[in-house]
Design a protein around this ligand. Structure first.
Ligand SMILES: *Cc1c(COP(=O)(O)O)cnc(C)c1O
Length: 231
């Protein structure tokens, strides 16, 4: 039962190392976030036993239950779903990194909640690179201003950008979107306000993570290749 997850995780780790090597990057410059949405705590436990250290979740309620069930495993939890301001308090309690901040309003609420528990909450700004109507994220043109505004909050640290591109059958078609996120990140970094490091690029999933690594991903969010198809 634990074999498939351990084997799949090892296979994914091998592909990450190979993709990094292929473009002259160090394997440890890419962190694997194992995306566990819809899978039970036991699946996360198996992944952790096989070496996973970073777990991605999309839904606050589900994450809260899993997080509680898995204490005291030393995991880093990543929030990669759509975050409503009324869930900010729970999010701040659980997550090491929140990948999906796309408004000042959400940033303000995260800042307030983080301040209450004396935490510096790390966040990424989600960018809707392809301008899809149904997707969250700020438009690329608005990202620099949002980073600047978030950097004024005392209890938030902006660590970089995240994107969730449109689905393409051919991962090479998504590469220009990954490249655009990297270029945007570089432009923001050059003009970065104090305290903004912009070292993280969260991009790449099961179908396209090698292309994302080739374009500079530092966090790849992989679910299906580790845990299997979601019901
Ligand atoms: C579900 C999800 C993933 C993982 O997708 P897979 O294709 O299963 O690897 C990555 N990022 C986000 C934002 C997701 O919602």
């Amino acid at each position: 039962m634990s074999e498939p997850i351990a084997l799949r995780l090892e296979a994914v780790a091998g592909r990450i190392r190979a993709a990094a090597a292929a473009c002259g990057r160090h394997a440890d410059s890419v962190r694997l976030v194992a995306v566990a949405k819809t899978f039970p705590p036991e699946a996360v436990r198996m992944a952790a036993a096989a070496g996973a250290q970073d777990i991605g979740e999309n839904y606050i309620q589900e994450a809260r239950d899993k997080y509680a069930a898995l204490q005291p495993l030393p995991l880093r939890w990543h929030f990669i779903g759509r975050l409503q301001t009324n869930k900010a308090r729970t999010a701040v309690r659980i997550f090491e990194l929140i990948h999906t901040v796309d408004s000042v309003k959400l940033g303000r609420e995260l800042d307030r909640c983080a301040g209450r528990i004396a935490k510096l909450q790390k966040v990424l700004v989600q960018v809707n690179v392809a301008g899809e109507a149904a997707k969250s994220g700020v438009a690329p043109e608005q990202a620099p201003a949002l980073v600047r505004e978030l950097s004024r909050f005392e209890h938030i640290a902006v660590k970089g950008l995240m994107t969730l591109p449109p689905f393409f059958d051919d991962p090479q078609r998504v590469r220009p979107i990954f490249a655009a996120l990297r270029q945007l990140s570089e432009r923001i970094r050059e003009a970065a306000p104090a305290g903004v490091e912009m070292q993280e690029l969260s991009m790449g999933m099961t179908g396209d993570f090698e292309a994302a690594i080739a374009e500079g991903a530092t966090l790849v969010r992989i679910g299906t290749a580790i845990f299997g198809e979601r019901a």
